[in-house]
Design a protein around this ligand. Structure first.
Ligand SMILES: *Cc1c(COP(=O)(O)O)cnc(C)c1O
Length: 386
């Protein structure tokens, strides 16, 4: 155990890589290449270039004046991942991994997607870099997310419906991993959140850390000091780990993750292995990963990234849940007070931020990470409010 704890890819007892030997070989090579290129000045320069010219970074850290007044507590700043090309933070990671794939000589990109948001980000980046793009999606999910399937196809991707098992995300993950093992010589598996076996959680954090790299410089410029709290929603945990990354070693900054009360992996999960890594997982009576449901498709995952699991058990970060009603109220409040319609995922962060803010002082500062914009959710909210 002690030896395991010190291994690469572990965050305390969490993380690691629990996969068959043939897949482990592929992942070890990936890990080696990632560490090599992530420090390479040419690679860094190329990444900066595309983040600036294609994604539209840096995005603003907007002072939310009216929300601040309405809540009556700390100064609220919004980190605007909603303003990125494709409307969310996922593109940061998709561009980073595609550039790595290119350096590794891959010609084919594969990915799996549940609700389709990661599939769309991947298909977007593949179109721009002229890479073949295969997206595995549970057959059930392709029916429920027909419009996202069409988006991916518009972008030139091939969407493969997976009928095996229950035709859900887990089955799509299995298909994608099978494909990778068969085709690793020319294929790169682009994973969408800070989950999965090593090196994915480390790699995804690396590419999403741009969020807090920017917000830290921006808040220092605007306020001359660090924020007192940073709040982000957690599905697999990628926008949150990116929003936290540059503050983890700043003990005065509270780090707060927010999950749906119907998928509370961090609040109620127990240490277990899921999808090839160890993290806090919601289990049912039979010890199987629980079927979760969230109104925000991007937060619907029974596990959570290994680093969040570690930040939770060590107490460095706090995690809370919010209800659908609170999320819907926050969705509307931000729209009305700031003219920003947030993604339903991001509205989870806004909903909990409001509660935290009510216990903070006016001379304090809070950053809320707006992981994405809400255009994709407007029709759903319309149906729910009707
Ligand atoms: C996918 C998604 C999330 C959840 O994923 P994380 O990996 O936890 O960030 C949150 N917000 C938006 C807008 C998303 O698209």
């Amino acid at each position: 155990m002690d030896q395991q704890l010190q291994q690469e890819g572990y965050f305390g007892e969490f993380g690691g890589s629990f996969v068959p030997p043939e897949l482990q070989e592929v992942l070890s090579y990936l890990s080696e290449q990632f560490y090599k290129f992530s420090e390479d000045p040419d690679f860094k320069e190329e990444l900066r270039y595309y983040l600036r010219e294609y994604v539209g970074r840096e995005n603003p850290l907007t002072y939310a004046e009216r929300l601040t007044q309405a809540w009556g507590g700390p100064k609220i700043y919004l980190k605007r991942e909603d303003l990125n090309h494709t409307g969310a933070h996922k593109i940061n990671n998709a561009i980073g991994q595609i550039l790595l794939a290119k350096r590794m000589g891959a010609k084919r990109i594969i990915a799996e997607t549940g609700a389709g948001q990661h599939g769309v980000a991947t298909a977007t980046a593949c179109a721009m870099f002229n890479m073949e793009c295969i997206i595995y999606m549970g057959a059930e999910d392709t029916r429920r997310q027909a419009l996202n399937v069409f988006r991916m196809e518009l972008l030139g991707a091939t969407v493969v419906p997976v009928h095996k098992g229950q035709g859900r995300l887990k089955d799509a993950v299995d298909e994608a991993l099978d494909d990778l093992v068969r085709n690793y010589q020319n294929t790169f598996y682009l994973l969408g959140s800070a989950v999965g076996p090593h090196p994915f959680p480390t790699m995804v954090k690396h590419f999403q850390a741009i969020i807090s790299e920017e917000s830290k410089l921006q808040i220092m410029e605007k306020e001359g000091r660090l924020p007192d709290a940073v709040v982000a929603c957690t599905g697999g945990g990628s926008n949150a780990i990116g929003a936290f990354a540059h503050y983890i070693d700043e003990p005065t900054v509270r780090l707060i993750g927010v999950e749906p009360d119907q998928a509370p992996s961090l609040t109620e999960g127990v240490p277990s292995i899921i999808h090839g890594f160890k993290c806090l997982v919601l289990l049912d009576e039979e010890g199987q990963p629980k079927k979760t449901y969230s109104i925000a498709a991007g937060l619907d995952y029974p596990g959570i990234g290994p680093e969040h699991s570690h930040l939770k058990v060590t107490g460095r970060a706090e995690y809370a849940t919010v209800t659908n009603e609170e999320v819907l109220a926050a969705f509307q409040e931000l729209s009305r007070t700031e003219g920003i319609i947030p993604a339903l995922e991001s509205a989870h962060a806004v909903a909990h931020a409001k509660k935290v803010a009510s216990m903070m002082d006016q001379d304090q500062i809070m950053i809320i990470n707006l992981s994405g914009r809400g255009d994709k959710d407007v029709e759903q909210v319309y149906q729910m409010l009707k």
